[in-house]
Design a protein around this ligand. Structure first.
Ligand SMILES: C[S@@+](CC[C@H](N)C(=O)[O-])C[C@H]1O[C@@H](n2cnc3c(N)ncnc32)[C@H](O)[C@@H]1O
Length: 208
């Protein structure tokens, strides 16, 4: 493991000191996915993280505070930039306010996520999908799953070979937002490292 990944991921390392147990059910998957991202990055300072669905409230650990987590990681480890895309200008304004201390690391994009991902032209090192909300309604659940699948297909050609993919709201009734995306990734031969509230995938083959 490289020095950045160790400093990030050690028990009691930066992630634990900064966030403690605040990420709740996302703790294991945030910590392992970002650790893998830093490990894959080696010494590169130009990592690219793309997130769909920005942080829409301060201290919203029930939703993940992902923009803060990714932005602060990139700043602390000089590891690159985050593109966060959201349909809502209000939510983007809140996200910008919550992450102003690391805004030099973040591009805030107001767009439908699929339209944005289709035209994104950089190789992606870490993809985080957390946009169309999950509701207790079968029709909306199907739409949420279909949306996430369309997102991954839209960005598929731009993923670096060792890209890390993290899918949010997996651990919900009916397979959560990630149900169809997980099937797609499995069909492509990707490996699920951890299937929890979030589902973490890498392209390498690992036999557990
Ligand atoms: C669950 S929240 C994201 C939470 C955030 N990742 C966090 O950790 O705090 C979902 C966000 O997706 C946005 N959204 C919904 N549909 C979208 C779409 N088609 N394109 C882009 N963003 C969308 C919503 O406006 C909302 O801000």
């Amino acid at each position: 493991m490289n020095a950045r990944a160790i400093a990030f991921g050690d028990y009691g390392g930066w992630f634990d000191q900064r966030f403690g147990a605040a990420p709740l059910v996302r703790y294991p998957t945030f910590k392992s996915s970002i650790g893998l991202f830093l490990q894959h990055l080696g010494d590169r300072p130009d990592g690219v993280i793309v997130e769909t669905g920005t942080q829409r409230m301060a201290d919203d650990w029930g939703a993940g505070c992902s923009t803060t987590v990714f932005g602060e990681t990139l700043e602390t480890f000089n590891a690159g930039r985050l593109w966060t895309v959201d349909l809502s200008p209000e939510n983007l304004a809140t996200s910008q306010q919550c992450t102003q201390h690391v805004a030099n690391r973040i591009e805030y994009v107001c767009s439908d996520s699929i339209a944005f991902l289709k035209q994104f032209d950089r190789p992606v090192d870490f993809l985080y999908l957390d946009s169309l909300d999950w509701w207790d309604d079968p029709q909306l659940q199907r739409e949420s799953q279909a949306h996430q699948l369309a997102e991954i297909k839209a960005i598929w050609a731009k993923l670096r070979p060792n890209c890390v993919i993290l899918l949010d709201d997996n651990g919900l009734p009916g397979g959560g937002k990630a149900r169809l995306t997980k099937q797609f990734l499995a069909d492509q031969g990707w490996t699920c490292v951890l299937d929890y509230h979030q589902s973490l995938w890498i392209s390498e083959t690992i036999v557990f």
